[in-house]
Write a protein that binds this ligand. Sequence first.
Ligand code: NDP
Length: 778
Amino acid sequence: MNVRDKFNSMEYGPAPEDASEAMAWLERHKHTFGQFINGQWTKPARSFETKNPATGKVLAKVSQANAKDIDKAVAAARKAQKSWGKDAKARARVLYALARMVQKQSRLFATLETLDNGKPIRESRDIDIPLVARHFYYHAGMAQLMDDELPDRESLGVCGQIIPWNFPLLMLAWKIAPALAMGNTVVLKPAEYTSLTALLFADLAREAGVPPGVLNIVTGDGASGAAIVAHPGIDKIAFTGSTSVGRKIRAETAGSGKKLTLELGGKSPYIVFEDADIDSAIEGLVDAIWFNQGQVCCAGSRLLVQEGIADAFYTTLKARMDKLRIGDPLDKCIDVGAIVDPVQLETIKTLVAASGGDIYHASTPLPDTGCFYPPTLITGLSTADRLMQEEVFGPVLVGTTFRTPDEAVELANNTRYGLAATLWTENVNLALDIAPKLVAGVVWVNATNLFDAAAGFGGVRESGFGREGGWEGLDAYTKDRVKAPKITKIAAVTAPGSADAASMDRTAKLYIGGKQARPDGGYSATVWSPRGKVLGHAALANRKDVRNAVEAMNAANGWGRTTGHLRAQILYYLGENLSAREDEFASRINDMTGKRGGADEVAASIDRLFTWAAWADKYDGAAKGVPLRGVALAMNEPVGKIAAFASDDAPLLGLISLVAPAMAMGNRITVVACEAYPLAATDFYQVLDTSDVPGGVVNILTGRHDELAPQVGGHMDIDAVWSFSGSDLSAVIEREAATNLKRTWVNHGKGHDWSRADAKTFLSAATEVKTIWIPYGE
Ligand code: NDP
């Protein structure tokens, strides 16, 4: 076919990207790599092949890191951290140099990425690599500003980072840029299928001035990843990958004190209302599910289309699918490239073969060799079908219909995940009403798969926890400069030889759903004063009482939709009502503790309630300056249902310091009261009753922390657990939390200084940041 013929037929001709530079780099390394540790290559060992999935040809051999390699890498990172952590402005310059380096070598990175991963060069060249550069620029700025803007935060130390194969270099950037900016050093493991761009990055990072040991790249399979997770010298694990491995990592790091962020899978809804701009919604859908062959954690893999337009929408969609060009990923005109590996291709085939429904494969030719799978649409499945619920991680879209906006929200949220959601409508009121109702960390309005370093990305529910990007992303790579005091374990006062029985009839119950409730087990413990007086009895809650408290929190779900103004008023009212009974609470605390600090503690508790009343309507979100015509809104939303264990050392202040921020931010909370001195909490029931706190918003249990910790930690319907208990419950809570991947904030054997409101820490623990992207313009 000559040029004239092509012009006449308007057929695409081949437009292959030249891969010779990438091949030359591989050649310079003799197609064989060791580990990149302390700025040096180790001798290759235990090599395995990495292949081009589009051709099946071997690109290189990379080494499998063993425990010794991980040890060396962690030791190098630890040593390097001392000086790297000192000078934030010097780090800013290195990060800036990395951004420039990525830009200068952008074609080399893009080509190598496409060779190794199989994604179309159009994507690696125009999306992945520019976003990588953007991430380093943005975080160079964060390093520059750290001392001025984050004076209370400091580096964590050594970060172990494990990334998947779908966006190899982009995930590396998302992980290392904030870590390095905040003064940490890194041991990163790329996925075994796609190690090459990480190795190229490490090679070039030396030239950009990254000191030895600051960035260590170890290659290998899941066993190398597991060795990083288990290494005692690592302060933080950041993981992106499957929910099943994320759950394992949560359980394995339980109680270790390692900080953890998990960015996991999704089954993200793509909602099209009947007034949407259909052509744009179809193009958006192409990006949502066929971008990167659907191997995207936030892929819009679940189409929900309004019934009235469904038939027409499916018809147009199928016609568009038939026009997608599948083939050599290095060809600049290709829309859909290769699946990353034959193993993943087989997974996709098996899942689709086992599916019912109407399966439509795009009628577009596939290359004869290599890992290719056609764009696929499956309709007619029920909401409970496996493919409506499980991530395929391939170019497979499932579609169903809805009638009303409420039904759209219900279907969209009918998933154990909560990573992203897309909605299309020309009605801005509808869009802004629906977006907050979607349970997801990211929502795109009339757009999809928009990412930027300034906008937080991450999920809720089984899509993990933590955010990457933006100011909120820095939380994961810094810690409070203030050193936590020692944990205070206070044992309950035990029965003396002879008891003063005068007040034995005062038995406090539990406080569930705004009412006093008898404990299910029918047990109580006597509360003695150190002077040998019976002060009362406190109920011993059990698993059933925890379940009842969760039910009560469920019934109070309207609280999250109240205004900050209303919540502020209720918190002020609580403060006022507590101050009316100041003396009574002070003497109760004095009686229980045998000390004289009651009055101060009550005064501090009233002040704390006023502080959180003040915050209730002031923790503003942000409009992020993202490089597009539009805005990315960072909205602070409540976490949902929080369960908390109060500390031993401040019977009232320790309780109120948990309840008030949770309430202020719109959460419902169940607190297990201070174990040694529970009666300040039980006296507080009446203050709650008289302060217009709706039933179920605050529930208070009394009982043994170590008995309740596994029940609370493992409860599938709790969104977060906090523990300030004098007993170190961290390991059990974190291990049990792996069930539904709830957020945890536990004390790891440290105490807490209750004289500080510590507002920033509580604000971030009591909220989820949802990023809502709204492009604008005609
Ligand atoms: P994994 O979660 O297994 O892999 C992610 C990363 O973790 C890889 O570097 C992997 O190494 C490593 N790893 C594997 N096991 C462990 C372990 N026990 N401890 C520590 N690190 C470990 O995802 P896969 O690549 O195996 O893909 C499987 C499925 O996961 C896909 O089909 C897809 O559904 C989903 N997935 C989701 C992603 C997301 O972003 N949400 C990303 C990738 C996959 P190695 O590559 O060597 O196995």
